[in-house]
Write a protein that binds this ligand. Structure first.
Ligand code: SDX
Length: 395
């Protein structure tokens, strides 16, 4: 409460737009993407198919999917500016490098600049909307390349250029590690990309919308969203979760770790809790199954799956977590399989961005249909008309 009226802390439950992209039933733990339950899309789809669905509102037929995949493949390469930015930030955390590379790519993307010009001139009709979808598709195509190139630069390795014959997920692993990717690893990346593709209006999507609402440009909106996703309370939780499992080191330690998180001001358990889900995150359930399959095939030498399982057991039986309806979320399980694939944990959140970019741009396209600049208010609590005192008279 404030003298001006109620302050909605963290904008909890504040509606900022209508959407037909994603719906979440937080109480029952259900996620629909364009009306399909996420379980259906995870079981039958590919990221290319789900990205098409999110961008265009319906599943593609075989020809449309083929053409869309071809457009993505044709746009995988980066401008020299973006490659140089990634090289110069080789020693930086990949999320900083990704943020900078997206801005650099957008600064020289002719379509992005042309669209920004049209928006600036107040033109946003069929031709501009088609251009906006084209820019959106290019962003979806390029993020995996940015991540893989940074990984190569950070290890002093030669760049591995995209391979036209590989799918989105397979090509990403190929550009990262420079070898034919294992089919189960490809399935894991594709599943991860599907599960994170959109989630209504979390902090990073809201960030993208705020930037887009000023009619800046689509690449700048995505670069800003990457900055928001980096935070450990949002996308960065998957990196933090695996780091904590590595530090815990043994399932027998789970009880004390969970206990510590229940103390006032104690360290929050990464991958647990959610602003909207007050039930088990349906995406986490799907990735839990995949992680179990992955460690069964490739082993669990650091006992990460066993540690996560022990933490989950404690959380589900803890009055503190149950009273607050806190359950594992998508980040609780997603990092384990990645870690064993050889993806360093500082690359987990960048892969989250490679997936969510399609959600960010789809919400921007939707918002531009009836754009209005975001400009909330603050309740002023300070004095007014304070007399100015010359510096020599100040104590
Ligand atoms: C993602 O929004 C989205 O959709 C995001 C996302 C997406 O797809 O885009 O789903 C992806 O960001 C998943 C969330 C990843 N973050 C984490 O796992 C970080 C750990 N989680 C918490 O920081 C927290 O649960 C948030 C940030 C996810 C939600 O924060 P809220 O809604 O502001 O909740 P809160 O901080 O007000 O917590 C309510 C209570 C508090 O206790 P009390 O003050 O009432 O005593 O629950 C406690 C919190 O201390 N709490 C936790 C906890 N999460 C909340 N206590 C211990 N460990 C936790 N993880």
């Amino acid at each position: 409460q404030s003298p001006c009226g109620p302050i909605i802390h963290g904008l909890e439950d504040v509606l900022v737009k209508t959407t037909s992209i994603t719906d979440i039933d937080g109480d029952r733990g259900i996620l629909w993407i364009r009306g399909y339950r996420v379980e259906e899309l995870a079981a039958h789809g590919s990221y290319e198919e789900v990205a098409y669905l999110i961008l265009r509102g319906r599943l593609p037929n075989r020809r449309e999917l083929q053409e869309f995949s071809e457009r993505l493949k044709a746009s995988r390469e980066l401008s020299p500016a973006a490659v140089e930015v990634l090289r110069s930030l080789a020693k930086a955390h990949p999320m900083f490098a990704l943020e900078a590379a997206v801005a650099a790519e957008g600064a020289f993307d002719e379509d992005n600049l042309k669209l920004a010009e049209a928006l600036r001139a107040g033109r946003y009709k069929e031709e501009e909307k088609a251009l906006a979808v084209k820019v959106a598709e290019k962003l979806v195509a390029k993020i995996p390349t940015m991540i893989a190139y940074h990984y190569r630069f950070s290890r002093g390795l030669e760049l591995v250029r995209p391979r036209h014959d590989l799918s989105h997920a397979a090509n990403f692993l190929y550009m990262m590690f420079g070898r034919e990717p294992d089919p189960l690893a490809v399935r894991g990346i594709d599943l991860y990309l599907i599960l994170h593709s959109d989630h209504e209006v979390p902090a990073s999507t809201f960030t993208a919308l705020v930037v887009a609402s000023t009619l800046s440009d689509m690449y700048s909106a995505v670069a800003a969203a990457v900055g928001a996703l980096k935070g450990p309370l949002h996308g960065g939780a998957n990196e933090a979760a695996v780091k904590s499992y590595l530090q815990i080191g043994d399932p027998s330690k789970a009880k004390e770790v969970v206990e510590a998180a229940t103390k006032p001001g104690g360290p929050k358990l990464m991958g647990v809790g959610h602003r909207v889900y007050k039930a088990y995150d349906p995406r986490a359930k799907i990735f839990r199954e995949f992680s179990q399959e992955y460690v069964k095939k490739f082993g669990d030498p650091q006992k990460l799956y066993a540690i996560a399982e022990a933490i989950e057991r404690e959380v589900l039986s803890s009055p503190y977590f149950q009273q607050r309806r806190l359950y594992p979320n998508v980040d609780f399980w997603s990092g384990i399989a990645f870690y064993y694939m050889g993806v360093p944990y500082e690359y987990f959140t960048p892969i989250f961005a490679a997936s969510r970019v399609v959600g960010w741009v789809a919400h921007i396209l939707e918002y531009w249909e009836n754009n209005r600049i975001f400009r909330p208010r603050a309740c002023y609590m300070g004095p007014h008309d304070v007399p100015y005192v010359p510096i020599d008279q100040r104590s």
